[in-house]
Design a binder for this molecule. Sequence first.
Ligand code: 5GP
Length: 143
Amino acid sequence: MTETAYDTDNIFAKILRGEIPSQRVYEDEAVVVFMDVMPQGPGHTLVVPKASSRNLLDADPSTFGPLFTVVQKVARAVRKAFDADGVTVMQFNEPASGQTVYHLHVHVIPRFDSIPLKPHTGAMENPEVLARNADKIRAALGS
Ligand code: 5GP
């Protein structure tokens, strides 16, 4: 087992610093939420703490209260926005688990009866579709 340090130039760190664009749907003092560019289903969002850690394993425990408060808020909002039957919440730690971006984040994905998830990091979504879905989630968060 090897410990790898947090890389301040990972893609989500760049998104958090505003160096790379994203479809943001929510932000507070501790957490940012934006659309996944390779969604596993319509409305796939990523809930990302501003505090730096590779994943759950090296995170400060104080990260989780604010993070999961927003995960619940977003799960309720995507369920409403897409009239979903359920919501999958996923989080990966290190490459063996499937993690591909090394800044802690939680996937929130609306689910529909009998419809499987698309592959993890599969196809890039059309930016206009992402923008429309982001609008729906913002509206559900605001209501
Ligand atoms: P992980 O595999 O680390 O759990 O999830 C990383 C997620 O980030 C994947 O679902 C992938 O589609 C998404 N992703 C990768 N690069 C970007 C990007 O540049 N912008 C956004 N918004 N999502 C990304």
